[in-house]
Write a protein that binds this ligand. Structure first.
Ligand code: ISE
Length: 345
């Protein structure tokens, strides 16, 4: 049966989701869209052949023809829309961050716990990237021994002018926060954000790059270089150092060129290019689970934990000191998360 999807927010990411759901994902159709800009909504609906446009996103959630919802609107709007989906009993894929504050992610957790089963998947698409998934398999197999260090780099060629120093944490480093928790099976307890000299390509007053150090409950150190005006391309790196070996992401380029005395591989030009396959896999996984009225993949707890770590990072950025993460109780429903590293076999 085809899952009837409604998409809220059809700017950059939402429009990509509409396109993928329409052309690359099986057993799904986009039947309704909503956007703060009527012009955006109209254009995307026309291009994708979507029949219904709702001026009010809450009407889209309540639309009886909509069986499941994708939320890709600005972060401050997420809480109200996710809560409405939970109230309507509809599976929801919410782009990261799950909500704009830790208090809001906690309210979402409380609502899902009250419902008694998962309906929320958070858009941490890197978990569906073949490179990251392979790293995880290697770590889980135990062949590398217990992890001790993780080195990450997250470089964007450029960002919109509205991007400020804190968004480098909440919008960018949030991916590494999730990846670290997921790869290591444990929670992050402490953060320190360092700011070196800024690039002259950053907007006035924006601290870019930033160097973030995360400490996990078992004492693993994760360093993240976040550099969002790197100019040359979209470059994502990750290496895990274990007691017996290391595993790292390789360059996803599929060809190497040798010419004029140089050997080179292309660097992707943006996240939609680098993670194109991961987005399709993320959506397909969501559609398959949503068709059965459930959710899988990154949970509301993962969204909450990422928000709590992001908040500690933002505090560290402002106060220029280490900050402890205040996570609060993990409801039993999300028992799988936060498990400390234990090699298989
Ligand atoms: C953007 O929102 C993303 O999610 C990208 O994956 C990330 O690389 C970028 O820095 C964010 O702004």
């Amino acid at each position: 049966m085809t899952l009837q999807v409604g998409v809220i927010g059809v700017g950059l990411m939402g429009a990509t989701h509409v396109g993928l759901l329409t052309t690359a994902v099986s057993d799904a159709a986009v039947v309704a869209v909503s956007d703060a800009s009527a012009e955006n909504a109209g254009r995307v609906a026309r291009e994708a052949g979507v029949g219904s446009i709702h001026a009010d996103a809450l009407d889209l959630v309540r639309d009886p023809h909509v069986g499941a919802v994708v939320i890709a609107s600005p972060a401050q709007t997420h809480e109200a829309f996710v809560l409405a989906c939970l109230e309507a009993g509809k599976p929801v894929l919410c782009e990261k961050p799950l909500a704009a504050t830790v208090e809001a992610t906690r309210r979402i957790l409380d609502a899902e716990v009250a419902l008694g089963h998962r309906l929320v998947q958070v858009g941490f698409m890197r978990r569906f990237d073949p490179g990251y998934a392979d790293m995880k398999r290697r770590i889980d197999s135990g062949e590398l021994g217990a992890p001790m260090l993780v080195h990450c780099a997250h470089r964007n060629p450029t960002v919109p002018h509205t991007f400020d120093s804190e968004m480098i944490i909440t919008d960018t480093v949030v991916h590494e926060i999730d990846v670290a928790r997921w790869l290591l099976h444990e929670e992050i307890v402490r953060t320190t954000v360092y700011t070196p000299r800024s690039t002259s390509h950053a907007a006035e007053g924006v601290r870019d790059p930033q160097f973030v150090v995360l400490e996990t409950e078992a004492g693993v150190l994760v360093d993240v270089e976040a550099f969002v005006n790197a100019r040359y391309g979209y470059d994502i790196r990750c290496e895990v150092v274990g007691e017996l070996g290391t595993v790292s992401l390789s360059n996803p380029a599929i060809v190497h060129v040798r010419s004029e005395g140089e050997a080179a591989a292309q660097v992707p030009n943006g996240f939609q290019d680098r993670f194109a396959g991961a987005y399709v896999q993320e959506l397909q996984t969501w559609v398959n689970a949503a068709a059965d009225g459930r959710a899988t993949g990154p949970s509301a707890w993962d969204g909450h934990a990422a928000a709590a770590v992001s908040q500690a990072c933002v505090e560290s950025l402002r106060a220029r000191r280490s900050v402890d993460v205040r996570l609060g109780e993990r409801p039993a429903m999300y028992a799988d998360a936060g498990r400390s590293y234990r090699p298989v076999g």
